[in-house]
Design a protein around this ligand. Structure first.
Ligand SMILES: [Zn+2]
Length: 414
């Protein structure tokens, strides 16, 4: 068991009910010859009086819930007056020992919070408070220097499209360290400004690359606050816009054909995923169906071809040639008479310099980093249906993706 300087274990008693052990109580006493310490400055101070006994939940022993029992002293500190002494296994008013909070928090990364609570015979609330303590400790001890590239993104959360259903996330996407730096509610300018404020002006001014989607509030804040960094529009977002446009064309056409005859609508059936996949990865029967579609002169076929041809864009090495390709592609798309494709072309045109920055930053930032972190966030937010509040989910995100430093503990079971 952990040893604390200045304290001794007096006795360990097991409480039973009808022959079954229900709890273990570990009584702790102050060491006779060592003075208590002031809880504010941690300096030894003369004793004043003692408070009633308190209990702290400790790591279970042999599967039985265990408690520390101790009557805290009050000490008279020369500087801070009469205060409660410093108790090394406790943090503030929490009724759980630091060892147990660390223990629960580590398990809460492997199991859901509810399962963690059940496995260690405690409450969901106790798990929540433990993770909260763990995350607060990590956030206040983390190192933010040396951050060169960040990704800014929005995540949809919960049901509906209200402003509160979106989160803004800031990731570090340097090759040596990928982690969640900040998460906040909504996706407005004010949200991102809040995030930058938490990171601090030193971090924001030191950025070399910022990766984001074409979401206007973000573009504005990034331009205003991190103007020195090369701002890159993320490849995976652009591909996402193209895919959505193709799907929109397909759905509209499908409805149109169904109105005419069932038979012609059949040609577009079950093609959704095939159309969203890269052409070279379509095989077998799906390939046959795609070929038939391409020969058909349907709007969906033309949209798909446009999307496919855009993949070539990412192969360029020279910014000038990439720019020329972009012009050509947009010209072609504007003539396609497909409104969703035209919309993408207009969007690409109006963000051309930022899109071309992708080639200027080539090799320096990973295009998959933001996508990968987004997928991980989704895993956590989905598990979050068990989380009762936004706050709980936010804590879980930092806990799982923040790569936070951890408080020292002798109880590292996982
Ligand atoms: Zn003091």
């Amino acid at each position: 068991m952990q040893r604390f300087v200045g304290f001794v274990y007096l006795e360990i008693r097991m409480h039973c009910h009808q022959g079954q052990p229900i709890s273990i109580e570990i009584t702790v006493e102050p060491h006779g010859g060592i003075r208590g310490r002031c809880s504010r400055c941690q300096q030894p101070a003369p004793g004043y009086d003692r408070l009633p006994q308190r209990r702290w939940l400790f790591v279970p022993l042999w599967g039985i819930p265990a408690y520390f029992c101790y009557a805290p002293r009050r000490v008279q500190c020369a500087e801070h007056g009469v205060v409660v002494e410093h108790i090394p296994w406790s943090d503030g008013k929490r009724p759980v020992t630091c060892a147990m909070m660390g223990f629960l928090a580590r398990w809460a990364r492997r199991l859901s919070w509810r399962e963690t609570a059940r496995a260690f015979q405690t409450s969901w609330e106790a798990v929540y408070r433990s993770v909260e303590w763990f995350v607060e400790w990590g956030l206040s001890h983390r190192e933010l220097s040396g951050i060169e590239s960040i990704g800014v993104d929005e995540i949809h959360w919960g049901h509906g499209l209200k402003a509160d259903n979106f989160l803004t996330v800031i990731y570090q996407i340097d090759s040596g360290c990928r982690r969640l730096l900040w998460v906040g509610k909504r996706r407005s300018q004010a949200t991102l400004r809040r995030g930058f404020k938490v990171l601090g002006p030193e971090v924001v001014k030191g950025l070399r690359f910022v990766c984001s989607d074409m979401w206007k509030p973000y573009l504005q804040v990034i331009a205003a606050q991190a103007g020195q960094a090369l701002h890159v529009l993320d490849r995976f977002h652009i591909v996402g816009h193209l895919n959505r446009a193709v799907d929109e064309v397909r759905r509209a056409e499908s409805t149109r054909l169904r109105a005419k005859s069932k038979e012609s609508a059949q040609r577009l059936k079950h093609l959704r995923w095939t159309l969203l996949r890269r052409g070279s990865r379509v095989r077998g029967r799906a390939r046959e169906k795609l070929k038939a579609l391409l020969a058909s002169k349907l709007a969906t076929a033309r949209a798909w071809e446009l999307k496919e041809s855009f993949a070539h864009f990412w192969q360029y090495k020279s910014v000038i040639w990439a720019g020329a390709f972009l012009h050509g592609w947009c010209f072609w798309a504007m003539r396609s008479r497909l409104e969703p494709m035209k919309k993408v072309a207009r969007m690409l045109r109006s963000h051309e310099p930022l899109i071309l920055n992708w080639f200027r930053a080539k090799g320096e930032i990973s295009s998959g980093a933001v996508e990968g972190l987004n997928n991980k966030i989704r895993v956590v937010t989905r598990r979050s249906y068990g989380f009762r509040t936004y706050k709980a989910m936010e804590i879980a995100l930092y806990h799982n993706l923040g790569r936070l430093p951890e408080p020292q503990s002798t109880h590292k079971f996982c």
